[in-house]
Design a protein around this ligand. Structure first.
Ligand code: GTP
Ligand code: MG
Length: 131
């Protein structure tokens, strides 16, 4: 049985971009339009002989009450429950948001092993980044 790793985070942080890079595919649609990924999308991450299932998920947004947004978040948490490790993607070009904190709390409540991934650092406007 292969290990399964889920990629989660709030909408538009770059989850599908990371999924495509890691699976060396274009199976996930990437767009600047927030909320594009709606369902769980499975791919294979191969490093040498080792293979892992990777799941791209839709953006988790508990502030939206419409049923489609709830369903997207629900699907993402199902992916978390299916996985032994989570890649928690955060937009590193912005401050942490309440949504990021909620996701973090939920991961901790579930006692899930996770790695925070600070993405979009190339966009960060800070003095150090310009050096
Ligand atoms: N500058 C910059 N842009 C990025 C980076 N990663 C992703 N993007 C852009 O951010 C936008 C959103 O990327 P996606 O990969 O679709 O984000 P997502 O988290 O899957 O979005 P949803 O599925 O809508 O939740 C796209 O325009 C990407 O090209 C990065 O590291 N740097
Ligand atoms: Mg996506």
């Amino acid at each position: 049985m292969l290990n399964t790793v889920a990629i989660i985070g709030r909408p538009n942080v770059g989850k599908s971009t990371l999924f495509n890079k890691l699976t060396k595919s274009r199976s996930a649609i990437v767009s600047n339009f927030s909320g594009l990924t709606k369902d769980r999308n499975y791919g294979l991450l191969s490093i040498g002989d080792s293979k892992t299932f990777l799941i791209d998920t839709g953006g988790i947004d508990s502030s939206k009450q419409e049923s489609i947004d709830n369903k997207i978040s629900e699907q993402a948490w199902i992916a978390v429950d299916e996985s032994s490790l989570v890649l928690f993607v955060i937009d590193g070009s912005e401050e942490l948001t309440n949504l990021d904190s909620e996701i973090l709390d939920n991961l901790r409540k579930r006692n899930k092993k996770f790695i925070p991934i600070l993405n979009k650092n190339d966009k960060k406007k800070c003095f150090k980044c310009l050096l």
